[in-house]
Design a protein around this ligand. Structure first.
Ligand code: TEU
Ligand code: CA
Length: 564
């Protein structure tokens, strides 16, 4: 839909290129694979696609270590493949948003290579954050900051003459040196990168670690861990490497560049926005259009927390006239079908399933995931989906240590398993080699045995599948214009284990308690558990059931007079 502000209510589907579809059979997904399957996403009825990095990269952090921002990594294809993908998306009415990684590049980036051989204090070094070490021989890191992936955030280089030299800052892996955003040349370079992709037809950018680009003057010591002090993995805004006021100037510059390309191009912040009242720092008419609502993701199925997050988010964003952006899964966290498969407390830290956790129950997780997704997709605002959640895919939890790729695993000596579990290649066709992901070499990560039966083709033809539930949900969401709606809580149906709200004339109710609850008066439009429990929902018999079952979400058409 091409109305102004399309993103306000958009459902955007995240493609993780390595794991989407491998057309040339080398075990890694590619752009041609995406182009070949885009029609599936149009059919699912999403508005846009966000593409994780496909740029030239040594792939030390799965492409979030970019060595050339204006080219496609040969692993994924060519710029011509990119153009063909955009053309196909345009033909299908899908917008494409690409990932921008401005906090750091790869240590193989030509600018960093040049900095390594230039003298201390040179303009080349000033593109990055080089400092002398502390101690008599400069043998201690310049400050106590920790890498988000574990270990020190500083690495010492060897100077061209062979002597131990300066240190450079990397908030992530040592192969990901942080840029110095106090340097105008960095601003100029990223302005060029934005224009390069906008000229090729993208509809905007998801901005990686958007809160981290500017560091506090003098790089003061930070007592808290830089790798996970808050409930969802980031220290708060008081940390000297996050949420500095000057970071917003960057996005105001970018917003002006985007404006040159018309009102339909957007910026989405991957930012630490705790407390929620700070959402309005990021999403403003002159800055970002969207910011992922990670507190929503991390609320899980804790309904008290969920209600708090929804209410606070809507309040904060209404104050600046901005939409909310809900999300349940992405390539950094355990998939929600797995998080919700635990009977007790689910893992929440986005660092993979710990070795001591009990095995999750796949069926329970999938059922609850469907309930959570239907609840989210009934909310006003936009939402992001992560590839495979429409299939109800679980994480890969039995990945052998020798196959793990996430740098977190190595940097913490295996203490944190890392994020590989949610990155396992998608199943397309039941019974085919690698469940149809690709026809050649083994996928870059092994697929769990359950993936074969969960393939897209198998789910396509099963009316009661997770995929068909998502299709019905997205179609109904569009038809009822729920994304453009507004929310009021239905207090009589809000308890410790249930939550209900009205969006227009649609009531959306979730029940996480043990017992079924009676529904308000109204016509059942959709249930999250049609399969197994109800049989084929499309046949209609479940509409007559006046209850909302345990672990279920129901969409109901309400006669407003009944509720007043
Ligand atoms: O992630 C930012 C980030 O630090 C977290 O999402 C983190 O990966 C998670 O809490 C697990 O610990 C972005 C990208 O999404 C991620 O894939 C990259 O590795 C990271 O930036 C560095 O570019
Ligand atoms: Ca490939």
């Amino acid at each position: 839909d091409s109305t102004p502000g399309w993103w306000r209510s958009a459902v955007i589907y995240q493609i993780y290129p390595r794991s989407f579809r491998d057309l040339n059979g080398d075990g890694i997904g590619d752009l041609a694979g995406i182009t070949a399957e885009l029609s599936q996403l149009a059919e699912l009825d999403v508005d846009a696609v966000w593409l994780s990095p496909f740029y030239r990269s040594p792939q030390r952090d799965a492409g979030y270590d970019v060595s050339d921002y204006c080219d496609v990594d040969p692993l994924f294809g060519t710029l011509a493949d990119f153009d063909a993908m955009i053309a196909e998306a345009t033909r299908l009415g899908l917008r494409m948003i690409v990932d921008l990684v401005p906090n750091h590049c790869s240590d193989q980036h030509q600018a960093f290579q040049a900095a390594l051989v230039a003298p201390a204090g040179s303009p080349e070094r000033d593109l990055f954050i080089f400092r002398d070490g502390r101690g008599e021989f400069g043998q201690e890191a310049p400050n106590n900051w920790q890498s988000h992936f574990g270990g020190s955030a500083w690495t010492r280089i060897t100077e061209p003459d062979g002597a131990p030299g300066q240190w450079y800052l990397h908030l992530f892996d040592s192969s990901q040196p942080d840029f110095n955003w106090d340097n105008d040349a960095v601003h100029a370079e990223f302005a060029r990168v934005l224009r390069f992709w906008l000229d090729r037809g993208v509809s905007g950018f998801r901005v990686d670690v958007a809160h981290a680009l500017v560091k506090a003057k003098g790089l003061p010591e930070w007592g808290g861990r830089a790798d996970g002090a808050s409930s969802w993995g980031f220290p708060g805004h008081e940390a000297p490497m996050f949420g500095q006021p000057a970071v917003h100037e960057i996005y105001r510059e970018w917003r002006k560049i985007l404006a040159e390309y018309g009102p339909d191009t957007i910026l989405c912040a991957e930012a630490n926005v705790e407390p929620l009242s700070r959402l309005s720092d990021w999403v403003r008419p002159d800055e970002m259009h969207q910011a992922f609502n990670f507190p929503y993701l991390h609320a899980g199925l804790d309904l008290g927390r969920l209600r708090y997050v929804v209410t606070e988010s809507l309040t904060a964003l209404d104050s600046v006239g901005a939409p909310t952006t809900w999300v349940l899964s992405n390539h950094d966290v355990v998939r929600h079908a797995t998080r919700f498969g635990y009977h007790g407390q689910a893992p929440r830290d986005g660092d993979g399933i710990g070795a001591f956790d009990p095995q999750p129950n796949e069926e329970l997780g999938r059922t609850r995931a469907a309930a959570a997704s239907l609840f989210m997709l009934g909310l006003p605002g936009g939402a992001y989906l992560y590839q495979g959640e429409e299939l109800g895919l679980p994480d890969g939890i039995d990945i052998p240590d020798s196959r793990r790729q996430d740098p977190t695993f190595a940097r913490t000596g295996g203490e944190r398993l890392g994020r590989d579990g949610c990155r396992v290649p998608l199943p397309w066709r039941t019974g085919e080699l690698h469940a149809g992901f690709g026809g050649g070499q083994d996928p870059w990560l092994p697929q769990p045995a359950s993936f074969d039966a969960l393939s897209r083709d198998a789910q396509d033809v099963s009316p009661s599948s997770h995929l068909n539930l998502y299709r019905r949900t997205l179609a109904l969401r569009r038809e009822l214009r729920l994304g453009q709606g507004s929310l009021s809580w239905m207090e009589a149906w809000c308890t410790d284990t249930s939550l209900a709200f009205l969006n227009g004339t649609t009531a959306i109710l979730i029940n996480t308690g043990h017992d079924a609850m009676e529904l308000p008066a109204g016509r059942v439009l959709l249930r999250s558990t049609p399969y197994a429990v109800y049989g084929d929902f499309t046949a209609g018999e479940s509409g007559a059931d006046r209850h909302i079952r345990s672990g279920e979400t129901v969409w109901l058409e309400i006669n407003i007079e009944d509720t007043e």
